[in-house]
Design a protein around this ligand. Sequence first.
Ligand SMILES: Nc1ncnc2c1ncn2[C@@H]1O[C@H](COP(=O)(O)OP(=O)(O)OP(=O)(O)O)[C@@H](O)[C@H]1O
Ligand SMILES: [Mg+2]
Length: 275
Amino acid sequence: MSDNCEKSCDSCNSGCGSKQELADLSKLPHPKSKIGKVIGIVSGKGGVGKSMVTALMALEMNRRGYRTAILDADITGPSIPKSFGVTGPVVTNEEGVIPARSKTGIDLISINLFLENEHDPVLWRGPIVTGTVTQFWQEVIWEDIDYMFIDMPPGTGDVSLTIFQSIKVDGIIIVTSPQELVSMIVAKAVRMAQMMNIPIIGLVENMSYFKCPDNGKEYKIFGESHIDDIAKQYDLEIIGRIPVDPLLAEHIGDGTIEDYPVDNLKEAADMVVAI
Ligand SMILES: Nc1ncnc2c1ncn2[C@@H]1O[C@H](COP(=O)(O)OP(=O)(O)OP(=O)(O)O)[C@@H](O)[C@H]1O
Ligand SMILES: [Mg+2]
């Protein structure tokens, strides 16, 4: 093992003899599913806008005419159905589970669609959480999906790793915000992607600035962002910058995200099409 070993054995060619193979735990989706590209939305920290970016990416791809789906893998903090104004229960037949469909035609699965009361807390431990996400992958009939976005649980811990081992993910988008310890958080996400051999599509910086509706000026309310330096350091592309927008929060809050008129993630969607 070299002095600067990063234990990224899957992407390392040093042939040092200490190589640890990651077990192949990948699971096949339901036989009736047809799923094109799968994109994971991750961040090293909660509350930075992962679910919002997942929803906006799905909206953008859906607007471009692709059949789009969201798998809400955030079992203990599911927020996707609420932002789309979609409620359960979902239909289950003898073959499998039929995902809910949003107003504009995006297929959705989330633990909230199975709970009797969506406000009930889910107090499950890691293995049950990851088992549930695997069931969302294997037992839901995802029909003719071009792009599936996975809203990952916050952080880069065991649950995220197990999900990435079970589901074949084609790329990840890392969400950050200027007030985070961005460098550390990006480093963790990059390392996780390397361990899993998953390409990083790019970084989206949320809450980059606030555009004042009165004078049109942009204010960096969380201070100067260091995202450009960090992107350079890790050889990543910045594929989106989303401002703080009270209208966005309003649409998420009242379940009408599909009516949000601003298109902040065009470049990110172009990158997803290119993978
Ligand atoms: N750019 C923005 N402008 C205004 N409000 C925003 C913006 N981004 C996110 N929010 C609000 O901040 C909250 C957190 O966003 P979101 O739920 O997407 O984060 P998250 O990273 O998924 O959080 P968690 O880790 O809890 O799952 C939401 O209530 C959302 O309405
Ligand atoms: Mg979330």
